[in-house]
Write a protein that binds this ligand. Structure first.
Ligand SMILES: [Zn+2]
Ligand SMILES: [Zn+2]
Length: 306
C-alpha cells in the first residue's frame, strides 16, 4: 500500500509558509533600509539600488512564490484524491495485496502543466478563471527565469509583492495575508519576550511597507477596508508604541463609516475602534477635525488646550 497520504491541510500549511516567507524576505530588505533613519543615507542610497543589490533575495522570493502556488494546487487536487498527484504508471503502484508499503513522500508527483490541468479539472473551492491560469503561468515563467540564473532578474520587487499578495488573495481570500503574517509572528516562540503588546502592533510596518512599495491605490486590492480614505493616527496604537519605545508616524485609522459626521475611527493595524469627537483642531496649522476621547487631534496628535 501507499502509506502516509497527505491531506489538503498539509499542503495548505506549506503553501502559506512559502508565500509568507516570499513576502517576509522582501519585507526584511525594506525594514533594514528603514532603520537608516538618516537623510544623508536616504538621499545617497535610493531604495531601487538596495533592491538591485538584493537581486538574489528577489530570486529566492520568486521561487518560493511559485512553490507556494504549486503546493496550493496540489492541496486542492489532494482534496479529491492524493493519488491524482502521482506521476508513476498505475500499473507500478504498490497497491495490490501483499505489495510492500511505500511512503507517499518517496513517490514522484506531477508538476507544471500536468498539475495545472488536474487542478482545473477538480477545483471547486475557487473558480479557475482564465485570469488565474494566466497568472499561474506568468509566475511559472518568472520562476524559470529566476532558476536559470539569467543575470538580470525579470521581476521588480514591486511586481513580485503584487504577485505574492495576488496569490494569497486568490487562494485564501482578501485580508488573509495580513491575518496570517500576524499569526505567524505570534506563534514565534520568541514572541512577547520584549513586550507582547508592542510586538503585536509592529504589524503596522507591513502596512507601511506596502504603502511605500506598491502604493496605497494598488494596496486597496488586497485589503477589505478602504485604505485610500483620509487616514488618522490610531490612539490605541500610538499611545502604546509611543509610551514604550518609539514615535509612531504611521496613520492607519479611518473614519467608520467614512462620512463627515462619523464619530468612530477603525484601525486597520490593531483592528480596534475608538470614539471620536468632530470639531476643528485648535492648532491653526492643522486642518484636522477628528479628536479622540483624551482630547488629542488624530491628525497632528496635539492636545486641544482651551
Ligand atoms: Zn491601532
Ligand atoms: Zn490637529
Amino acid at each position: 500500500m501507499i502509506i502516509n497520504l497527505p491531506t489538503y491541510d498539509d499542503f495548505e500549511k506549506v503553501s502559506k509558509e512559502c508565500l509568507i516567507q516570499a513576502f517576509n524576505l522582501l519585507f526584511k530588505v525594506y525594514d533594514n533600509y528603514e532603520e537608516y533613519d538618516d537623510d544623508i543615507v536616504r538621499g545617497e542610497v535610493p531604495m531601487d539600488d538596495v533592491w538591485e543589490y538584493n537581486s538574489g533575495t528577489l530570486r529566492t522570493s520568486t521561487i518560493l512564490l511559485h512553490q507556494g502556488i504549486e503546493t496550493y494546487m496540489k492541496g486542492i487536487v489532494a482534496k479529491t484524491s492524493p493519488f491524482l498527484l502521482l506521476e508513476q504508471k498505475r500499473s507500478d503502484w504498490p497497491t495490490l495485496p501483499d505489495s510492500i508499503d511505500k511512503d507517499y513522500d518517496t513517490l514522484f508527483t506531477i508538476a507544471g502543466e500536468n498539475l495545472l490541468n488536474t487542478f482545473c479539472a477538480v477545483c471547486t473551492d475557487i473558480t479557475p478563471t482564465t485570469e488565474l491560469v494566466t497568472f499561474i503561468e506568468k509566475v511559472r515563467q518568472k520562476r524559470n527565469k529566476a532558476i536559470h540564473g539569467a543575470s538580470k532578474i525579470s521581476s521588480s520587487a514591486k511586481a513580485l509583492i503584487h504577485d505574492i499578495l495576488q496569490a494569497y488573495t486568490y487562494f485564501f481570500g482578501i485580508d488573509k495575508w495580513f491575518d496570517d503574517l500576524k499569526n505567524y509572528n505570534y506563534e514565534n516562540p520568541l514572541f512577547g519576550y520584549f513586550d507582547w503588546e508592542f510586538e503585536n502592533l509592529m504589524s503596522y510596518k507591513y502596512l507601511d511597507f506596502l504603502k511605500s512599495t506598491i502604493g496605497i491605490k494598488k494596496f486597496k486590492n488586497y485589503i477589505s477596508y478602504d485604505v485610500t480614505a483620509r487616514s488618522y493616527f490610531c490612539p490605541s496604537c500610538k499611545n502604546e508604541i509611543d509610551d514604550k519605545y518609539g514615535n509612531l508616524q504611521s496613520k492607519w485609522a479611518f473614519l467608520k463609516p467614512n462620512s463627515p459626521d462619523s464619530t468612530n475611527v477603525y484601525c486597520v493595524n490593531c483592528q480596534h475602534e475608538n470614539t471620536v469627537e468632530r470639531k476643528d483642531c485648535v492648532h491653526e496649522e492643522c486642518l484636522g477635525n477628528v479628536i479622540d476621547e483624551e482630547g488629542v487631534c488624530l491628525t497632528c496628535y496635539e492636545y486641544q488646550e482651551e
